[in-house]
Design a protein. Sequence first.
Length: 103
Amino acid sequence: MANPMKVRAVVDGDAVQVKALMSHVMETGRRTNDKGETIPAHFIQQVTVTHNGRVVLSAQWGTSVSANPFLSFRFRGGTKGETVKVTWVDSKGDSRTDEATIT
């Protein structure tokens, strides 16, 4: 299983600011190792963020996203004490879900 994400969700005015740091290699499939062999592609393809069961962000990523990607966005309708869940699925079918309480 992948390392936990660092997720923060903070009320900022009339919106909630969500920041997530994801631990992932994000290999493009175009690099080679020391032996000259191609390193297989392995990257996050789908990111979904939910708040109270409602999708507030859905993104499809590709090979152009850097290793250990950082995501930051805002949404309206959240209040302190509620939960935000961040889920990703990668090109090998692995997934990770972490959550944060809105502060």
